[in-house]
Design a protein around this ligand. Structure first.
Ligand code: ADP
Ligand code: ADP
Ligand code: MG
Length: 610
């Protein structure tokens, strides 16, 4: 077994690899860019070395630098994770040429599967069913148009060098083909430096089914069953599961056998995934599942396979890279229960899924399901890398049990002020079609708005937060009256809250309360404290938050007070509101008089910085 390992990656996958390496007593070396200097993977590794500025092409993509660091630190092997250099055959070759162990397939296998057209040609030769289409030997627009017409619309134009859901155009009608081809080529040229395309029949009722395969250096290849990754947004996976809903034993045997055949055709070693597209208009049928591409690396969604097989795929990778045979034979692998994974992205679904960056003041995903993450509370989400900040993986006896566990975990997720797609994921998991296992790759696009999380918390959640805020700041006290309304600021916007609905727990941050519900988080503050007409903690002016009556004044003009000292008590909207000193200072401009009525926004007292 190798004794030391450099991880040429970052984020959750770097952390996940380090975890397994540790368990195997392998010394770990992390590399990091400027933006990642205090990232979790840096802290977890035995040793960490800076590799350059924040942009990936100046750090995580600089192969020579990474190889040089492996040599300097005495690391025996390099694990590339996914993304970055993981499918770069030249890098794999350079690693091997430097006398290091490459945790991955042979460079020739990566090359064979690297371009979608060559990979498909190879699969056709090996007898693996491939998506019907044209492989694009002649790239002239006229020929491509003729082939598309012959295939029949809709068709999908795909960059042969594409990946990550980029470089694809669906074309509905012959007259739109030329424009779509032009735009696909431009995107392919700029993203992948290669503008060649292939054309595929666009499969209707498409489901993304993929098979985890594993090969070793002793010539064995096994599969670890299938995953369904049909829940996608813009061709990118959002929720994945294993096994695939509605997969019968016969179909499973056929698709898994095709995957093993595909891997064997390229002498595959290590972890790989064969992706298929299925026409599920009449359920999953072996004769309607076609090879789409192979990912020659560990996949983002590998944990669902780990959950249902009870295996650690990173451990398998490290054993295979060390020359050991596969830990299990095919007949020793069985499916246990069901697993579902959701990708938590730092993005705002309500703003067109715009990435959301910043410091994670609150980051709590609970402990009820497996969490693979690369960030910690207090950490930073930067604009430089993929916005995926965590994966949540639930494993249950049944699909429904896994689904409920995952939805509950996401429902309770607290991430703030960085926005996440957790609310959107909850809606997707609870969508009747997903519940029924009737998934296809168009579901998210079709349902769009129906999957948008609510803009405001429920009345109950608002009431809980209001009560907690009132209680924790000493600001409000509930009277016995049956209806007790109060005003607060929710993300700076006024809200009216019926406190009689109050019931459960909330998380507190400074002088505010985070309202977490359905995967979404809002920050609730007292009416007065921030944002209201300049009267607030900043300038020391204490305003009346609403019309009411002064019950008592507890300080005198000129008196020294310390932050948090009680100044006066106001009764408004059937509640007592204790106004406290926002900072240390002296009482000035004391306008409030016990028993006096006040209007909203009146300056009751001012604290001057001492
Ligand atoms: P998976 O099926 O594992 O999601 P992807 O092809 O989406 O496979 O790639 C996995 C990860 O690798 C992505 O989340 C992304 O970070 C990175 N990645 C892969 N290809 C690209 C690309 N062309 N551009 C940017 N990132 C990519
Ligand atoms: P990438 O390298 O970007 O992952 P893929 O070829 O794996 O590209 O395709 C990504 C996604 O696009 C698939 O998961 C599927 O949702 C959709 N897709 C790809 N090919 C087809 C097709 N022929 N018909 C319908 N959908 C397709
Ligand atoms: Mg793919």
């Amino acid at each position: 077994m190798i004794q030391s390992l450099l991880i040429a990656n970052r984020g959750e996958i770097a952390c996940r690899i380090i975890r397994t390496a540790r368990g195997l007593s392998i010394r770990t070396v992390a590399v990091y860019s400027d933006a990642d200097a205090s990232a979790l993977h840096v802290r977890l590794a035995d040793q960490a070395v800076p590799i350059g500025p924040s942009p990936a092409r100046e750090s995580y993509l600089v192969g020579e630098r990474i190889i040089a660091i492996a040599r300097e630190t005495g690391a025996e092997a390099i694990h590339p994770g996914y993304g970055f250099l993981s499918e770069n055959a030249d890098f794999a070759e350079a690693v091997i040429a430097a006398g290091l162990v490459w945790v991955g397939p042979a460079p020739a296998s990566i090359r064979a599967m690297g371009l979608k057209d060559a990979a498909k040609a190879r699969m056709i030769a090996a007898g693996v069913p491939v998506t019907p289409g044209y492989l694009g030997d002649d790239q002239s627009p006229e020929r491509l148009q003729r082939e598309a017409d012959a295939i029949g619309y809709p068709v999908l134009i795909k960059a042969v060098a594409g990946g990550g859901g980029k470089g694809m155009r669906r074309v509905e009608r012959a007259e739109d083909f030329a424009d779509a081809l032009g735009s696909c080529r431009r995107e392919a040229a700029s993203s992948f430096g290669d503008d060649r395309v292939l054309i595929e029949k666009y499969i209707l009722s498409p489901r993304h089914i993929e098979v985890q395969v594993f090969g070793d250096t002793h010539g064995q290849v096994v599969h670890l069953f299938e995953r369904d990754c049909s829940l996608q947004r813009r061709h990118q996976k959002v929720i994945e599961e294993a096994p695939a809903p509605g997969m019968d034993e016969g179909t499973r045997a056929a698709v898994c056998a095709a995957a093993v055949k595909a891997a064997q055709a390229v002498d595959y070693v290590g972890a790989g995934t064969i992706e298929f597209i299925a026409d599920a208009s009449e359920g999953l049928r072996a004769d309607r599942i076609w090879f789409m591409e192979m990912n020659t690396r560990l996949q983002v969604e590998h944990p669902v396979t780990e959950a249902i097989t009870g295996q650690d795929l990173v451990e398998w990778q490290l054993r295979v890279a060390s020359g050991e045979p596969l830990p299990l034979r095919q007949d020793q692998l069985v499916i246990d229960g069901w697993a579902i994974e959701a990708r938590l992205y730092a993005e705002d679904p309500t703003k067109g899924f715009l990435p959301s960056i910043g410091r994670l003041e609150a980051f709590d995903l609970g402990t009820s399901v497996r969490i693979d993450t690369g960030v910690l509370q207090g950490g930073e989400v930067t604009p430089f890398y993929d916005p995926m900040i965590a994966k949540l993986i639930a494993h249950g006896d049944t699909r429904e049990n896994a689904r409920e566990q995952l939805a509950d975990a996401l429902d309770e997720a607290i991430v703030w002020p960085v926005r996440t797609n957790a609310g959107f994921l909850v809606e997707a998991l609870d969508h009747p079609a997903f519940v029924a296992g009737e998934v296809d790759t168009g579901l998210i696009a079709r349902e769009g708005d129906a999957l948008m999380p609510p803009a405001l918390p429920s009345d109950e959640a608002l009431a809980d937060a209001g009560a907690a805020l009132a209680g924790s700041t000493g600001g409000f006290r509930l009277n016995a009256a049956p209806r007790t309304a109060a005003r607060f600021l929710l993300d700076g916007q006024p809200v009216e809250v019926d406190l009689s609905e109050a019931d459960s727990d909330v998380e507190q941050v400074e002088d505010a309360v985070l309202v977490a519900e359905g995967g979404q988080v809002w920050r609730m503050t007292p009416w007065r404290v921030d944002g209201m007409g300049g009267g607030g903690a900043a300038d020391g002016a204490i305003l009346s938050p609403m019309p009411g009556r002064v019950l008592s004044v507890e300080v005198a003009e000129g008196q020294a007070v310390t932050k948090g000292d009680r100044l006066l008590v106001l009764e408004a909207m059937k509640m007592e509101h204790v106004m406290t000193a926002p900072f240390d200072g002296n009482v000035a401009d004391l306008a409030a008089v016990a028993g006096g009525q006040v209007v909203e926004g009146k300056v009751l007292v001012r604290i001057e910085q001492g």
